[in-house]
Design a protein around this ligand. Structure first.
Ligand SMILES: Nc1nc2c(c(=O)[nH]1)N[C@H]1C(S)=C(S)[C@@H](COP(=O)(O)O)O[C@H]1N2
Ligand SMILES: [Mo]
Length: 169
């Protein structure tokens, strides 16, 4: 009887560990959708896709950084979630991602950048939500402040603005 109870307890505990995080992994967006993630995902909320509004993104772990970019005059403050946190929220497997913009520009961000660099998807510049005319609603910001070796054309080309969607491989 005790063994039965113990194994029942273990089974229930495993069911919770396996099922509960998935069931409530991804909220439904309440505001306008600003990002669509496609690919092989374990957390979806719109068919097989994961869609996010601004507040869902801003609840994830991220950072605020002030830096210079080739696209701005003088230091600019960007804030937003880490790319890796956004991908984890959708349950994307570790790997490269293709980031697509509203104008159909796209760039591949290699798996090692996602894993090793503190890339953010900026949702705000100088504290204000980014309008499409200001490269919004989302923009890839590499940590140029932490590693000046990133300040090259290779990483500028991966700095996609006006992001529409991300495809996880
Ligand atoms: N949405 C979007 N993001 C983009 C691009 C683009 O055309 N559209 N061009 C990329 C490239 S190739 C570079 S080098 C940098 C800088 O582009 P710029 O030379 O137009 O400033 O932005 C990157 N991000
Ligand atoms: Mo470029």
């Amino acid at each position: 009887m005790i063994r039965y109870a113990a194994s029942l307890f273990v089974s229930l505990w495993m069911a919770c560990v396996v099922l509960v995080p998935d069931a409530r992994a991804l909220d439904m967006p309440k505001g306008p959708v600003v990002l669509i993630i496609e690919g092989e995902l374990s957390h979806s909320n719109s068919g097989k896709k994961a869609v996010f509004d601004l507040s869902m993104l801003e609840m994830l772990s991220g950072r605020k950084v002030t830096l210079e970019t080739p696209w701005t005059k003088g230091p600019t403050t960007y804030s937003g979630p880490y790319l890796r946190a956004v991908l984890a929220a959708a349950g994307a497997k570790a790997g490269a991602v293709t980031i697509r913009a509203l104008n159909d520009y796209s760039a591949v961000i290699p798996a090692e950048d996602v894993a090793n660099l503190d890339i953010i998807l900026a949702t705000r510049t100088d504290g204000k939500a980014m309008q499409v005319r200001d490269k919004g609603p989302l923009m890839v910001i590499y940590p140029f402040d932490k590693d000046s070796a990133l300040y090259t054309e290779t990483y500028f080309a991966r700095s996609v603005w006006q992001i529409k969607s991300i495809e996880a491989q």
